[in-house]
Design a protein around this ligand. Structure first.
Ligand SMILES: Cc1ncc(COP(=O)(O)O)c(C=O)c1O
Length: 398
């Protein structure tokens, strides 16, 4: 039997590929500090579970394919507070931002179509784009330049007749880059001038640490036809398991086509939508508490990385990741060794090797992404483990 070329091209997620080595290390009694995945440890608001418990229905029916009106209207209210007016016809509820991306790519890509993405980028974009027949056209960025990418010339040199969209994550996973309004305008103008979709993956919107205003690509009325926002409750409310997200666009044609796919998968989980709607009633201090906690973690991990000999990184301004260049030749081999051959006071560490965050072959081999999703004390210990690991690894290599 044969598998599709599209699925054969899909590679394993760099965040999860060492799972079996980690299980073996755990079975040997080793504690693992997991900085490899963006699973926050911040508590999910209690109101989510209360609503689930209180919404008992005689029959658990399918929800409407575009999403339940109560959740759609809460999202519209949320965007109104950001200064953007949407109507219920602009919002499609999806199973996380992941499904929104998958539906979107299936709507806008043909075989060989290209999507421009600044690299390093969220590795699952590969799967969403390539299983829809598309190709990632990376805009390479450098740690030494703070991973900057909002540059008209750099974007325009990548545009060709196959280009369909520009996709960026803001705040950035894995770089922590946060775009300023003028930088967003640059990208919006390029998309407008060349008739491209401009996709803002904004699932980390609230996580900015320098007092930046919360922005969205949906705020520009002159590119309303081009703009698509990918949203999610996963990170915003520390509710990754709720699997609730949204595809938001004022482009009627896109909406009409995306709805076909929403209808073919019938519905997003009814109870989860009802409970997610309640999350939008949380007060602002929920976000300020979470933001303060992540800022402490960001400051801790960045200070520790900077103090390590040979490590290069740029201060992340948002999301909860930092990309770092390590003084090791291959972070994939290094990660495997950390799990199979190393321990420091009975512990080791998991990070996400950098190569999977790039589309350009050979890039990111000496980089890792670290997710600062552990408390400050654990981050301190994890950094002790990383520092010791690099020393021993490099001694063994010489
Ligand atoms: C940049 C980015 N986009 C989208 C997602 C998808 O998240 P979810 O499907 O949980 O909404 C993630 C998850 O980590 C992410 O980091």
């Amino acid at each position: 039997m044969k598998f599709s070329e599209r699925i054969n091209c899909c590679s394993q997620s760099p965040m999860r590929k060492f799972h079996s080595d980690a299980e073996l290390a755990k079975s040997r009694g080793i504690k693992i500090y997991q900085l490899n995945i963006g699973q926050p440890d911040i508590l999910t608001p209690q109101s989510y579970f209360e609503v689930i418990c209180n919404s008992i229905q005689p029959t658990l029916a399918y929800a409407p394919s575009p999403g339940i009106p109560a959740l759609v209207s809460k999202m519209i209210r949320y965007y109104k507070e950001l200064g953007v007016d949407y109507t219920p016809d602009d919002v499609l509820i999806t199973a996380g931002g992941s499904e929104a991306l998958s539906i979107l790519m299936n709507c806008i890509l043909d075989p060989g179509s290209e999507v421009i993405i600044p690299e390093p980028f969220y590795p699952n974009y590969h799967a969403f784009i390539e299983t829809a027949g598309g190709v990632i056209r990376p805009l390479s960025t450098k740690v030494e330049e703070g991973y900057a990418y909002a540059d008209k010339d750099k974007l325009e040199t990548l545009i060709n007749p196959n280009t369909r969209a520009i996709l960026f994550t803001n705040p950035g996973n894995p770089t922590g880059v946060v775009l300023s309004e003028p930088q967003m305008r640059v990208i919006a103008d390029v998309a407008k001038e060349h008739g491209l979709f401009v996709i803002g993956d904004e699932v980390y919107r609230e996580f900015v640490y320098g007092g930046e205003q919360l922005l969205t690509i949906g705020m520009y009325e002159d590119i309303a036809e081009n703009a698509v926002v990918i949203d999610s409750v996963s990170k915003r409310f520390s509710a990754c398991g709720a699997r609730i997200g949204a595809l938001i666009t004022k482009n009627k044609e896109l909406r009409k086509n995306a709805l076909k796919l929403c209808q073919s998968r019938l519905s997003v989980a009814t109870q989860n939508q009802i409970a997610a709607a309640a999350l939008y009633d949380l007060k602002q201090d929920y976000f300020s508490d979470a933001r303060n906690e992540y800022k402490l973690r960001r400051d801790t991990i960045y200070r520790r990385l900077l103090a390590m000999s040979g490590v290069v990184c740029s201060e992340p301004k948002g999301a909860f990741y930092v990309m770092a260049k390590l003084p090791v030749d291959n972070t994939d081999t290094f990660q495997k060794w950390l799990l199979t051959d190393f321990q420091f006071n009975g512990a080791t560490i998991m990070v996400a090797p950098g190569a999977g965050f790039y589309a350009t072959p050979g890039m990111g081999m000496d980089e890792v992404r670290l997710a600062y999703v552990l408390c400050v004390e654990e981050i301190e210990t994890a950094m002790d483990v990383l520092e010791a690991g690099m020393k021993v690894y490099n001694q063994n290599q010489n």
